[in-house]
Design a protein around this ligand. Structure first.
Ligand code: FE
Length: 288
């Protein structure tokens, strides 16, 4: 299967207003449109990269993965069905809401809802960050990465590699937790899977254009009294210079800069034994 990159995330929010303030004033995304049904957030030339929908829960609703064209979407649908996966084809209204020409929906073995889409409909509006983030690194690398916990680790990993066509970048044991980092383009990982009791999103990562973007972001998170979950550090595998903070969704954000790219012609998967060269330390929690 020809998955080319992480395209968008749909997040369900009990307080869309809180997400709006967080996304624009703290993270630095731009509002690309909003209605009673959805808040669209922009980080690059695409019409949106995040859609926040009102609901009772705070959670990740869906992960959108991009395939190159309609033929690839049709082929993916057939491959998923051949693998025994229940696939739903999004109707014209749903495709219009996603600003794409076509999409299909299914659930991975860990229970995460995924979409494959093709042909995003461009609005040719440039991204201007309301708080001055120079840019977010997207394009052929996709919009960032997600780390998904799964209570069915082996099946989920086999699904991403054997059915969806992801390649293993590296492995890591984090304490007792097995992690596997997977790529589908030159970004070191677009998804990582972690073996856990419960399935769900651990964090998503956005990559900004400069080291100063990360520093200014850290100041904004602290000015808004957002809880920093892990301070500045540099990861050993994707070499991302980043910090982690809470989001209104219950999962975390990683805000980074400077991730390496991998080339399938030369990359060999490896086992890493330390998450970070330095840093990424958990600050003491104050005030309970
Ligand atoms: Fe990460």
């Amino acid at each position: 299967m020809d998955v080319r990159g992480l395209g968008y995330l749909e997040i369900e929010a009990s307080d869309v207003g809180a997400w709006r303030t967080y996304a624009t004033d703290v993270v630095g995304l731009a509002v690309a449109g909003s209605s009673d049904e959805a808040l669209y957030l922009k980080m690059d030339e695409r019409p949106f990269r995040f859609v926040i929908v009102p609901g009772e829960a705070d959670r990740l609703n869906s992960v959108g993965w991009e395939v190159p064209n309609e033929a690839a979407l049709d082929a993916a649908e057939a491959e998923l069905e051949a693998a025994g996966v229940a696939v739903e084809r999004g109707g014209a209204d749903e495709a219009a809401a996603r600003r794409v020409r076509g999409l299909i929906r299914f659930v991975d073995p860990g229970g995460s809802a995924l979409e494959l889409f093709c042909a995003p409909v461009q609005d040719h509006t440039l991204f201007v960050s309301p708080v001055g983030v120079s840019r977010f690194v997207t394009g052929q690398l996709g919009m960032g990465h997600v780390v998904l916990m799964t209570s069915a680790f082996e099946e989920t990993l086999a699904f991403y590699t054997d059915v969806l066509g992801f390649r293993v970048s590296d492995w890591m044991m984090l304490g007792q937790m097995q992690l596997c980092f997977l790529h589908c383009n030159r970004r070191h990982h677009s998804v990582a899977l972690g073996a856990a009791d419960r399935s769900g999103l651990a964090h998503f990562m956005v990559e900004a254009g400069s080291i100063d973007d990360v520093g200014y972001a850290l100041d904004r998170f602290q000015d808004h009294e957002i809880r920093i979950k892990q301070g500045l550090g540099r990861h050993s595998n994707d070499q991302m210079f980043s910090f982690y903070a809470a989001t209104p969704g219950g999962f975390d954000i990683e805000f980074g800069y400077g991730g390496i790219e991998v080339d399938d012609l030369t990359w060999t998967s490896q086992e890493i034994t330390k998450t970070s060269f330095w840093g990424h330390r958990r600050p003491p929690r104050v005030g309970g």
